[in-house]
Ligand binder design. Structure first.
Ligand SMILES: NC(=O)c1ccc[n+]([C@@H]2O[C@H](COP(=O)([O-])OP(=O)(O)OC[C@H]3O[C@@H](n4cnc5c(N)ncnc54)[C@H](OP(=O)(O)O)[C@@H]3O)[C@@H](O)[C@H]2O)c1
Length: 220
């Protein structure tokens, strides 16, 4: 396989759609598949095996990010820590495990992280405040990484979905929000996959450090 596309969290939902879109070129890591992205040692083992077999990947697509809808004052410490572990720790540890090898490979590369629509805006997000705070942290990690990797020809962008329908989606929350979506429908996994495909094209080499919101206009 030439220069794989590593899809962390490619077992379900959006990540599974991305992995399917890239076929045999995709390497998928999931928690249930034995790679825990909250654990640097687990990531290191998986990455050493990947590198030994295929070399450094062309792209890292990081998808994990659990959701919890709870007012801030009702959020207990365990939920708070779980949100940051799932959304921020996994991104931080994955980046630190994978990106240095992409730089060392001295080839063009791509990093795609996942936030959520609206977290880059200058306003409060009361529906799921701890989740959205964690996603805002992912945006900042992405922007900083974009600055660090741009001289090496590696772009870093953040995809920020709105309400995406798939079997594990939070349907009750989506049902309440749907009337506010100007496009008058939920997003599909394919809507998001199309944006990731675009980011991975050779023609997208000058597109970096951006948040690409895919939400049918919800955050306009
Ligand atoms: N769905 C939406 O409407 C929506 C909206 C806004 C933002 N997002 C964001 O978009 C991204 C993808 O969402 P999704 O709904 O497709 O997520 P999902 O259905 O929950 O799938 C997440 C994937 O990540 C894997 N994963 C979770 N924790 C992991 C860990 N510690 N180590 C390794 N793999 C781990 C899961 O592994 P297993 O397969 O083993 O469970 C699964 O394959 C997330 O960051 C999410 O916050 C989604």
């Amino acid at each position: 396989m030439s220069q794989p596309i590593l899809v962390v969290g490619g077992g379900q939902g959006i990540g599974a759609g991305i992995a399917a879109a890239f076929g045999e070129r995709a390497v998928v890591w999931t928690r249930s598949g034995g790679v825990d992205a909250t654990d640097p040692a687990s990531l290191r083992r998986a990455f050493d095996a990947l590198q030994a077999e295929h070399g450094a990947p062309f792209a890292l697509v990081h998808c994990p990010g659990d959701f919890a809808e709870q007012p801030l004052l009702e959020t207990d410490e365990a939920t708070y820590r779980a949100m940051f572990a799932s959304n921020v720790d996994t991104a931080f540890h994955t980046i630190r495990t994978v990106v240095p090898a992409m730089i060392a490979a001295k080839r063009p590369g791509r990093v795609v992280l996942f936030a959520a629509a609206g977290v880059d805006k200058n306003r409060g997000m009361a529906r799921a405040p701890v989740y959205f705070a964690a996603k805002a942290a992912v945006v900042q990690l992405g922007r900083a990484l974009a600055l660090e990797t741009a001289p090496h020809g590696i772009t870093v962008n953040v995809v920020a979905p709105g309400l995406v329908d798939h079997p594990r989606s939070h349907r009750e929350s989506q049902r309440r929000m749907l009337p506010r979506v100007p496009a008058q429908r939920l997003g599909t996994v394919d809507d998001v996959v199309a944006v990731v495909r675009h980011l991975l094209r050779p023609e997208s080499a000058y597109l970096t450090g951006q948040v690409l919101t895919v939400d049918g206009g919800l955050q306009i």
